[in-house]
Design a protein around this ligand. Structure first.
Ligand code: UT7
Length: 332
């Protein structure tokens, strides 16, 4: 179904982020695995990332981002009707991290649930929030993307441990009242490619036991180069389709806010989408790949830095495990 929306149903009323204070540099990784600052910077664009230490988990980081987004929107937690949490690293498997975030922030009128679309969480979440508002179930929705990737990477595997970081980003999505809002959403997935990027064990089919721990099958595994190729192709397709559904051209876009996995993927996506790098937001150097948190953290920083403001046209595009990919065009 095509979600073309000339009159927007929902808008982004506020954004926020939470980044754990501990910075892990490439130099520190050089002492942990056989890697180099030079390799990490040239192959990925990453120079440092954040790590949530101790018991700081997805709920606490998500609540921090949510409170910042509420303050930015001028709302309180009791104004919220729905708490949506995207995470690949829930604090517990039961109940949802969304319910924990709800309790932490005191969103006492809301219903809350998690969804699992990996790095594509923010564009999916904006579409889901729009749906709840369109169905008359909500006026204000919190979309929270929170990831403690450091808890699922194998710190002895140089092919993955240098890539990821921890953090959370959030947006308050409210009913649109004018021309500003979410103009289009595009979402796709391909479950036949699930094992290009996955955690083999730790769920219901293969619970964690001694053999799983010995084989390190509770950690993230990624076929990097295959994922890279799919990422570029899928993000380009998603960007093109979101633009078409919004009825705008890439020349009209003020800022592209892409998933921050690798600077080379970002540059290729921008090139194919015909958007010059001056109009692309990049912070992968500071945070690495924060999975679904990367797009909302980038959007929040872009707003704070004045790269976009009221009336700006923003294209957001993401790609991740599933495989999943998605994009939105939003008038702020
Ligand atoms: O957010 C979800 C989506 N995820 C992504 O989009 C990630 C997509 N993939 C990538 O970003 C890239 O494929 C990587 C950054 C993961 C890898 O970059 P690459 O240019 O595709 O490198 P490669 O995997 O082909 O490895 C090249 C070489 C290999 O050595 P040989 O076989 O050529 O001798 C690797 O063993 O680099 C080696 N290598 C490393 N060397 C130093 C792999 N990781 C490291 C490392 N440090 N950390």
């Amino acid at each position: 179904m095509i979600s073309r929306a000339p009159v927007p149903i929902a808008r982004i009323a506020g954004t926020g982020r939470f980044l754990p204070p501990r910075v892990l540099t490439n130099a520190e990784l050089e002492a942990m695995v056989e890697t180099s600052d030079e390799w990490i910077r040239t192959r990925t664009g990453i120079t440092e990332r954040r790590v949530a230490e101790g018991e700081m988990g997805a709920a606490v980081m998500g609540a921090g981002a949510a409170e910042a987004a509420l303050a930015n929107a001028g709302l309180t937690a009791s104004d919220i009707d729905v708490v949506l949490v995207s995470t690949a690293t829930p604090d517990r498997l039961l109940p949802s991290t969304a319910c924990d975030v709800q309790a932490l922030i005191g969103a006492n009128r809301a219903f809350a649930y998690d969804f699992a679309t990996a790095c594509s969480g923010f564009p999916y979440g904006l579409a889901m929030a729009t749906g709840h508002i369109a169905a008359g179930q909500a006026e204000n929705v919190l979309v929270i993307c929170t990831e403690k990737m450091s808890s699922i990477v194998d710190w002895s595997d140089r092919t993955t441990c240098v890539l990821f970081g921890d953090g959370a980003g959030a947006a308050v999505v409210s009913r649109a009242t004018g021309e500003s809002g979410i103009l289009s959403s595009f979402m796709r997935s391909d479950g036949t490619l699930a094992e290009l990027l996955y955690r083999p064990a730790g769920g219901a089919r293969i619970p964690i036991d001694i053999a799983v721990l010995d084989e390190k099958n509770h950690f993230i595994k990624m076929a990097g180069p295959e994922v890279f190729k799919n990422a570029v192709r899928s993000m380009c397709d998603a960007a093109e389709e979101a633009l078409r559904r919004a009825g705008v051209t890439s020349e009209e876009i003020d800022l592209l806010v892409p998933h921050q996995a690798n600077i080379r993927i970002i540059e290729s996506t921008a090139k194919y989408a015909s958007i010059p790098m001056e109009k692309v937001f990049v912070n992968v150097d500071k945070y690495g790949n924060m999975s679904s948190a990367s797009v909302p953290v980038a959007l929040d920083e872009a707003r704070e830095q004045g790269r976009v403001g009221e009336g700006s046209l923003v294209l957001m595009v993401a790609f991740g495990a599933g495989l999943t990919w998605a994009a939105n065009v939003v008038r702020l």
